[in-house]
Ligand binder design. Structure first.
Ligand SMILES: [Zn+2]
Length: 187
């Protein structure tokens, strides 16, 4: 069944009239929106990383913070969204800074759970760069929690994945967390 037809049925199932003027075009709008917000499935992350990795001697922490992302909770099909922060300590290889938001989008624009997305971003950088350390922190507001009144409004869920020196060295991890302005982390 086409997505448009599914949305028409959904509208009827919730007691709406799909022929009502205001929502006549809603099924086609929703179908094209779903195509956009799930386009991450079509991105070849490995290839994206491969084409943008280059050799470099820079050996200090590289941090890209406050990257906006929007994803979809796979349990409820409603958005979760917020900021992503990615840091790594290179070991001979770096990646173009503009590629990091694209990697985040590749994993965010599909059905997700926040914990898995955090891991996937960290693991993809780990594989491509073999860095001395990589850290990913994701902050999220989950509409499935807010809209159903499960969490207090404004609560933010934070997840982190730390590999290498960010895992083993307090100094590296604390520097990262300080730079992104986070004091308490739930793993
Ligand atoms: Zn949910």
């Amino acid at each position: 069944m086409e997505t448009e037809e599914l949305i028409r049925e959904l509208l009827m199932n919730i007691g709406e009239d799909p022929e009502r003027a205001g929502i006549q075009k809603t099924p086609s709008r929703v179908a094209s929106m779903w195509e956009y917000i799930t386009q991450g499935y079509k991105v070849d992350v490995e290839a994206l990383l491969k084409e943008s990795v280059c050799d470099d001697e820079y050996n200090q922490m590289i941090l890209v913070k406050d990257i906006d992302y929007y994803s979809i909770c796979e349990h409820h099909l409603v958005p979760f969204f917020g900021k992503a922060h990615v840091a790594y300590i290179p070991d001979g290889k770096i990646i173009g800074l503009s590629k990091i938001p694209r990697i985040i989008d590749a994993y965010a624009r599909r059905l997700q759970i926040q914990e898995r997305m955090t891991n996937q971003i960290a693991e993809s950088l780990e594989r491509a760069l073999k860095p001395k350390g990589v850290g990913v922190v994701i902050e999220a507001r989950h509409l499935c929690m807010h809209m159903r009144g499960i969490e207090k409004q404004n609560s933010v869920v934070t997840t982190s994945t730390m590999f290498g020196e960010f895992h083993s060295e307090d100094q590296a991890r604390n520097e990262f967390l300080q730079l992104i302005g986070i004091l308490n982390i739930h793993r």
